[in-house]
Design a protein. Structure first.
Length: 68
């Protein structure tokens, strides 16, 4: 079974996001109330995930077209 690089990249992006979210500001054991900065970080990360997902989908489509 072979895995496409784009799929691996998308998985890596998701893992990095989960790690950064768990280790981000306010993760010192307690739960900090989300503020405006946290909300903007979440939106920024969501945009990055969406872009990575879109790029992975496009790469899969291109690869399928190239392979016929």
């Amino acid at each position: 079974m072979t895995r496409r690089p784009a799929t691996l990249l998308a998985g890596l992006a998701l893992a990095a996001t989960a790690l950064l979210t768990a280790c981000g500001p306010g993760s010192s054991g307690g739960h900090a109330a989300p503020g405006p900065a946290d909300s903007s970080q979440v939106q920024d990360m969501q945009h990055k995930l969406d872009a990575a997902d879109s790029a992975a989908t496009q790469a899969d489509t291109d690869s399928a077209a190239d392979n016929g």
